[in-house]
Unconditional design. Structure first.
Length: 364
């Protein structure tokens, strides 16, 4: 091959240097061109997503390509989950849709005994969405992932026409590793087992509802959104006989307990006096006629543990920064199978059924 003349070589060098430059990004709103796969798309990915997510928790660069290869510890099984996130407002006391997109997927992995390893992120943007708000949401995602010790390793971005989406939709998928010997499931639950709740109820749902501003109600309530895999790890250490795990998100503790009763073929008896609810949350629920048992949480877990490990499990969770308000809130009985019963502070009992509808608009 003949070398190009000197002037031509210099010109090629300038062209290649120009093509290697980081694309300039000065746009203030999302347009259809940002989803077309050209220079505008590349500029958006580089300036917003790679800028925030292109370095892993270990300080190494993350390519954020169309697929990622993940190393797994020898002998461990793979856990995989995915979830989508829409919420109004997108930012609320205690968190944002970006925090939820990380915490929710990390927590789903933890509920099957996995240690979270990596996440994917898919973003659907509506034309006209403010770039500054997008930057803030991606920064929340990056911060939440770093705090949880996981990496966002791959993803995708789409832009749809104005009116076709509610501003922004997020989907995260997660991969985790389940250590050998860890098994949880409804089939392991036995009468006499205890239910452990890692903290206060209804914080997230009430925080989001009040943040919408539709109600003439002012209360100091913040979402509990958090990654609870550290709490789960503390539980595994203190209670190796751990039977069952779940995070009480949509439908709250009531829906979760009904799932447990149905899947395990047992009765779940909840102790109303043991249920931790912050005074401000309890007051807001009373004013609005909402039962905290049915309100979503985003930073709590419920564990079923053998009775002889219950106190050790409780102590371990309370020692964790996220578990100071943990409590033993119920017990598994053989009968009446499939039902959830609340033992009230008045000495009576009532059935806690699954609601036909949703007492709150969608909040996660």
């Amino acid at each position: 091959m003949v070398d190009p003349p000197e002037d031509e070589a210099a010109a090629l060098d300038r062209i290649n240097a120009f093509r290697r430059r980081r694309p300039r990004f000065d746009d203030v709103v999302i347009t259809s061109s940002h989803g077309a796969g050209g220079r505008a798309s590349a500029a958006l990915i580089d300036a917003v997503f790679l800028e925030a997510l292109g370095r892993g928790v270990d300080g190494a660069d993350v390519a954020l390509t169309d697929a990622a290869v993940i190393d797994l510890p020898p002998g461990e099984r793979v856990a995989f989950t995915t979830d989508s996130y829409v919420v109004t407002p997108r930012r609320f006391p205690g968190g944002s849709i970006g925090h939820l997109a990380v915490h929710g997927t990390v927590n789903d992995l933890a509920m099957v005994g996995a240690r979270p390893l990596a996440l994917s992120l898919a973003v659907v943007l509506e034309e006209g969405f403010p770039v500054d708000e997008l930057r803030a949401i991606v920064a929340d995602i990056a911060g939440a992932a770093a705090e949880a010790g996981v990496r966002v390793v791959t993803g995708d971005t789409k832009v749809v026409e104005r009116g076709a989406a509610d501003g922004i939709w997020l989907t995260t998928a997660g991969v985790g590793a389940v250590p050998a010997g860890r098994e949880v499931g409804a089939g392991r639950v036995r009468p006499g087992d205890r239910l452990l709740l890692s903290g206060t109820l209804a914080d997230h749902g009430m925080a989001v509802m009040l943040a919408r501003g539709d109600l003439a109600l002012d209360a100091d309530i913040a979402s509990d959104t958090a990654a609870v895999h550290g709490v789960a790890e503390a539980l595994w250490t203190a209670a190796p006989g751990l039977r069952w795990l779940r995070d009480p998100t949509r439908g709250g503790l009531a829906a979760l307990a009904n799932d447990l009763a149905a899947d395990a073929g047992v009765a779940v008896v909840l102790d109303e006096g043991a249920l931790p609810v912050r005074p401000a949350v309890a007051g807001a629920c009373d004013l609005l006629g909402i039962d905290p048992l049915y309100v979503a949480n985003e930073g709590k877990l419920v564990a079923v543990v053998p009775p002889d490990e219950a106190e050790a499990a409780l102590a371990a969770v309370r020692a964790h920064p996220l578990g100071g308000d943990a409590a033993l809130v119920g017990e598994v009985h053989a009968e009446p199978a499939g039902l959830v019963v609340l033992a009230t502070t008045f000495g009576s009992t009532r059935i806690v059924d699954v609601l036909v509808g949703d007492p709150l608009p969608r909040i996660c």
